[in-house]
Design a protein around this ligand. Structure first.
Ligand SMILES: Cc1cc2nc3c(=O)[nH]c(=O)nc-3n(C[C@H](O)[C@H](O)[C@H](O)COP(=O)(O)O)c2cc1C
Length: 218
């Protein structure tokens, strides 16, 4: 009887090993979610009939007028992961008008600005998995995302980027994150959602599917 028990335990370990799962994964299943979703989003004020020159309206019709595209995706990820949500705001607010925002962001990039965060981040040691979302600004991450990665330690964390954009998808952001945080476990299967699609009916299911693929299992 005892031998049979030992043997079946041994067999289970072998099978789990073949399936690529850690043999004792089930023991950890009660661990609370240690997932954090950090995002930056800057909804703009646009007249409904305004011509979309470069950036375009990110204020979603299907949501509250204040919801930015990246914020919307961040909220979908939060619902699915049950993680904690943290919105990055800069100490100096950005203009809400499209053209003024374009100019300020361009200047920040030209001067390699590192805008300060208005509110400190939560303690990152409480988290293992950190989603980081941002719009693409001038073919890269907004400068405040550079501040985020340069001024905090993501070593050993699973970092999962997501962007919203007007055509540049992830731009150079994965390369930048890997360069600044070489000790992070960077998930390169990052999500990028076009601002033209973000309020479409398919997006919640697409985000859900993506989270299933990238969220580490405990
Ligand atoms: C200052 C600025 C620069 C932008 N530059 C780019 C760009 O280089 N490439 C791109 O695809 N989209 C660009 N966009 C479009 C935004 O990435 C897009 O509208 C995004 O969904 C906005 O997200 P948010 O509503 O969360 O702020 C830019 C938008 C702004 C405001």
């Amino acid at each position: 009887m005892r031998i049979r028990k030992v043997f079946s335990g041994f067999l289970a370990m072998i099978v789990m090993g073949f399936l690529g799962q850690p043999a004792f994964a089930a023991e950890d299943s009660s661990t609370p979610s240690r997932t954090l979703i950090i995002y930056f989003s800057q909804p703009e004020e646009m007249k409904p009939d305004a011509v979309d020159g470069f950036s375009g309206a990110s204020v979603l019709q299907k949501n509250t007028p204040e919801t930015g595209s990246t914020q919307f995706v961040a909220q979908l990820i939060q619902k699915q992961t049950d993680g904690d949500l943290f919105r990055i705001e800069t100490a100096t607010p950005y203009p809400r008008q499209h053209d003024a925002l374009l100019r300020v962001a361009e200047k920040e990039q030209q001067t390699s600005a590192r805008p300060s965060l208005k509110t400190p981040l939560p303690d990152l040691s409480d988290y293992d998995t950190i989603y980081v979302g941002y719009p693409i600004w001038w073919y890269t991450m907004p400068m405040v995302i550079y501040s985020l990665f340069e001024q905090n330690d993501f070593a050993g964390k699973t970092v999962i980027p997501f962007t919203t954009h007007g055509g540049s998808r992830l731009a150079d952001s994965l390369r930048q994150i890997a360069r600044i945080q070489p000790q992070a476990r960077l998930v390169t299967r990052a999500l990028s959602v076009s601002r033209n699609d973000v309020s479409g009916p398919d997006i919640p299911a697409q985000v859900e599917q993506w989270v299933k693929q990238v969220q580490p299992q405990r």
